[in-house]
Design a protein. Structure first.
Lengths: 172, 341
């Protein structure tokens, strides 16, 4: 439980600092810290596989590319926000409304999930969590029960990749 | 009889010390082997046959002034070598280097020679390797120097490119062994075929082994893939601006990464501590011999092969190594399904 609060606090504080402080390079690094804290939470949930994958994919691969972009743009410090952009009345109000909606949704979801919590935890049964069984089980479920979602996601990623190549390389 | 947790703490300190020692031995043998290959003497003044040279180097580095470029990002400039060194040590924590042992009867229950027996050990090593990239990137960026930045960029693009082949060759071993735990993978390689061929995965996965070794050399930024520090073009790459102890940390991290890469290769492909003649509890001797052989191969490569051109490196990684690794994985998976485990 102590560990849960430790990781939770680190994740929340790091995430807040990502948006609150101004140096983009530090923001990226704080985001990585937050991802690592999340991985710690996954381990507490008896799911080392998800934790390690979280670090490999998010903290390792994706954030390196983020870092690349920030480095190459050489954005040392965020300039003062130009007047009349995001801080203007209109966008600010929309943002506030969206934030309230998101909070309401989260509360609703948590209240609804209260009764089914034990059911959710038992859902992954069949395999002993944290052993290879869970990895094997995960793979089996992914390619049978969720095969459609899996394939759709892969098509989505391919489309994004092709799009990026087309955008970046005008004459092929 | 000493309690097990006491022995665990002992193992942690022993591993830490042995890694430092291994790095020192590597520095010495690299210089000595290079000297032999180039028909020179190499270090021979400090200590018997120059064996204390690494210690002299360390003392020299500690007493140098720590310089920091004017435009450098203070926090990140100091953080980068720490990340590199920490990640290098952390990766070894899940590598087993010997069979379960009672330490010659000192313990009641046998204990495995490994700091943490994690059941997803292979992936943990992979994760720590990918995090250790940040040490290099941050060093390059925070130095506020063109050479450092270019070195870091090259290093990252190289490591990302080769990480894929590295991962795929790992995956083919995992498929053959049916486990993500390094201890299980090593134990799956016990025994022999036909009485004389050891059941090492290198014989089941020759292509995988070659890919793993090549990608491993690229991951540890060794020649002929040492672009991050191609001294003719980039002075010293990402650690150009570092001096004194921070520089030493990068240096240390580099050598410890090599030792870890060799240890992982031994566990995955060369049967870990399994070998003929020696009883199981002395298996770590086999382990050391195998690691030594791989490390010698690394040094040998460095002083034999010239550096590739950067575009050749990228082409080779993406157009040769990656497809080969993917085909190897598919063939392996098909074989496992067809023949069973």
């Amino acid at each position: 439980m102590v560990l849960f609060y430790l990781f939770g606090t680190v994740a929340v504080v790091a995430s807040l600092l990502v948006v609150l402080q101004r140096n983009p390079m530090h923001s990226v690094l704080l985001l990585i810290v937050s991802f690592v804290a999340l991985a710690g939470l996954y381990i507490l949930l008896d799911s080392p596989f998800a934790a390690v994958i979280q670090i490999i994919i998010y903290a390792g691969a994706i954030m390196v590319l983020f870092l690349f972009v920030v480095m190459l743009l050489n954005a040392h410090k965020e300039d003062d926000p130009p007047a009349g952009s995001l801080t203007a009345g209109g966008p600010l109000r929309i943002g506030a409304v969206l934030a309230v909606v998101l909070t309401a949704e989260l509360i609703w979801a948590l209240v609804r999930a209260e009764g089914t919590r034990d059911g959710l935890l038992a859902g992954g049964a069949g395999a002993d969590p944290g052993t290879l069984g869970s990895v094997r089980e995960l793979g089996r479920v992914l390619f049978t029960d969720y095969a459609f979602a899996f394939e759709v996601t892969s098509i989505l990623i391919i489309v994004a990749m092709v799009g990026a190549v087309v955008l970046a390389k005008r004459e092929l | 009889m000493i309690p097990v947790y006491f022995a665990q703490v002992g193992i942690i300190f022993a591993t830490f010390g042995l890694l430092l020692l291994a790095a020192a031995i590597m520095v010495y043998s690299e210089r000595k082997v290079a000297a032999i290959i180039q028909q020179r003497y190499g270090p021979y003044l400090v200590g018997p046959k120059g064996m204390l040279q690494p210690i002299a180097d360390v003392v020299k580095l500690i007493f140098k002034e720590t310089l920091r470029p004017l435009g450098a990002d203070r926090l990140l400039f100091m953080l980068a070598p720490l990340i590199s060194a920490t990640a290098a040590f952390a990766a070894f924590a899940v590598v087993p280097f010997g069979a379960k042992t009672t330490l010659f009867g000192l313990l009641d229950t046998p204990m495995s020679l490994q700091i943490a027996d994690v059941n997803v050990a292979v992936l943990v090593i992979f994760a720590i390797t990918s995090v250790s990239l940040y040490g290099i990137v941050l060093a390059g960026w925070s130095s506020n120097s063109k050479y450092s930045l270019l070195g870091a960029l090259r290093s990252v693009s190289q490591m990302i490119s080769y990480e894929l082949s590295y991962g795929l060759s790992l995956a083919s071993v995992i498929v053959v062994a049916g486990s993500l735990s390094l201890t299980d993978i090593v134990n799956a390689q016990a025994g022999t075929w036909l009485g004389f061929i050891p059941r090492w995965f290198v014989f089941l996965q020759p292509v995988g082994f070659v890919i793993f070794m090549i990608a491993g050399i690229a991951e540890t930024n060794r020649a002929p893939f040492d672009f991050p520090e191609a001294e003719q073009e980039l002075v010293a790459g990402y650690h150009t601006e570092y001096s004194s102890t921070p520089f030493m940390m990068f240096f240390l991290a580099e050598y410890i990464n090599m030792v870890t890469a060799a240890a992982v290769a031994t566990d995955l492909f060369l049967g870990g501590w399994h070998g003929p003649w020696l009883p199981d509890y002395l298996g770590w001797i086999w382990f050391l011999i195998k690691i030594g052989a791989i490390l010698f191969f690394y040094i040998w490569m460095r002083w034999t092969l010239p550096r590739l051109r950067y575009d050749q490196l990228m082409t080779f990684g993406w157009k040769v190594l990656l497809p080969l690794a993917a085909v190897n994985l598919i063939v392996t998976a098909a074989g496992v399904i067809y023949f069973g485990y």
